[in-house]
Design a protein around this ligand. Structure first.
Ligand code: 4SX
Ligand code: FE2
Length: 357
């Protein structure tokens, strides 16, 4: 039987990009003050149950839903697919994987057309949709942008115990790996995977899971990220800054991690690079290279490795965690492990290709 036989290998949906996240928050007013008041996200709609937000360049109804609930958690990560037929392909594909699949009528989430939600093989609630309501795109609304303007959602980051297995699952969906972090024994600690032509739509972080590590929004400029830091300082909420600002090694992006009022981690991210050619090379980092996660060598704070948001199943119940069996990145890199390096005897990864500049 051919490996592409549709009876054994249903066609995966043609995924365009990471499109929206639905987070459960415990107090809508407090979350509104953070996401709208501080980050400046535009409110498309709000009611007693939820707030629907988007960034300035987005014209779909929302890229973030904040839904009120008793316990802070992730309710869904949604990918946009290319055609309505791809929503059907998604249903068939996950049924073929033995996953729980639920069809959702148009409007089940405000602004979103017919969709399917699945409990994926890693235990995450994932949605696939094509149709969505269009709203005003605020690209040139500089009168409302402010100094910390956020342009669009960029990526999801999920915590899962077995990065090799998770990578294989996402490769089956047509994602490619832009960068990863490994050690000399071949253990993979994290991987960055994309459908749109950037470094990632989803990153896989090794750890007890399923948990949501963060969602990331993009700005156009570094100074917009710095302004968000200044803004938080000015309102005496600098404790919302968890890590950064800094320059990532992996992805080369400029970054900042915040914790929202419920502890959900939000990254603000800019200046990664184009990956759209079919032969885009994968860059592998050594876990002991202390510039891999921050190009300036700033240490990663321990909470960034250990804390992450609970994930709900399709009934709204928190998932139990599966422990990571392979070594944890923080255990091999934090503290006096004696293995980290800034300069090795040989050139750093980027320069190993031997090109003269
Ligand atoms: O910390 S890393 O430099 O590995 C990193 C983390 C790179 C890109 C990301 O989006 C991220 O969250
Ligand atoms: Fe990220």
């Amino acid at each position: 039987m051919s490996p592409t036989n549709p009876s054994t290998h249903p066609t995966p949906p043609d995924i365009i990009r990471a499109a929206y996240a639905e987070l459960i928050v415990t107090d809508l007013a407090t979350s509104r003050a953070f996401y709208h008041g501080v980050l400046g996200l535009v409110i498309t709609h709000e009611d007693d149950d939820a707030i629907y937000l988007r960034a300035f360049e987005e014209y779909l109804h929302h890229s973030l839903v904040l839904r009120k609930g008793p316990v802070a958690a992730l309710a869904a990560l949604a990918y946009r697919v290319r055609t309505p037929e791809d929503v059907e392909f998604a249903a068939d594909y996950y049924t073929g994987l033995g996953c729980r699949v639920e069809r959702r009528a148009s409007g089940a989430t405000r602004g979103i057309g017919a969709s399917v939600r699945v409990e994926d093989p890693l235990g995450f609630p994932i949605e696939f949709f094509h149709e969505a309501e269009h709203v005003e795109r605020f690209t040139r609304r500089y009168d409302v942008h402010g100094a910390g303007a956020i342009s669009r959602l960029d990526h999801f980051n999920v915590m899962t115990p077995d990065i090799g297995a998770a990578r294989g699952y996402y490769e089956g969906l047509g994602f490619k790996v832009s960068e990863d972090i490994q050690d000399e024994a071949g253990t993979t600690y994290a991987a960055w995977m994309y459908r749109k032509a950037t470094v990632h739509d989803v990153a896989l972080t090794g750890g007890d899971g399923p948990r949501m590590h963060h969602i990331a929004f993009a700005t156009h400029e570094r100074h917009q990220i710095l302004h968000i830091c200044d803004h938080l300082g000015a309102i005496r909420e600098s404790d919302k800054i968890e890590r950064g600002p800094g320059r990532h090694g992996v992805s080369n992006a400029f970054y900042l991690y915040l914790r929202d009022p419920d502890g959900h981690r939000i990254e603000i991210y800019t200046h990664d690079y184009y990956t759209g050619d079919p032969d885009n090379p994968t860059l592998t980092w050594d876990v002991h290279d202390n510039q891999r996660r921050d190009w300036w060598g700033t240490p990663v704070v321990p909470s960034w490795y250990s804390e992450a948001s609970a994930v709900l199943d399709l009934d709204g119940n928190p998932r139990t965690l599966v422990e990571r069996e392979e070594p944890a990145e923080e255990s091999v890199t934090i503290g006096a492990d004696g293995f980290s390096y800034t300069r090795e005897g040989e050139p750093q990864p980027e320069y190993k290709l031997g090109h003269q500049v």
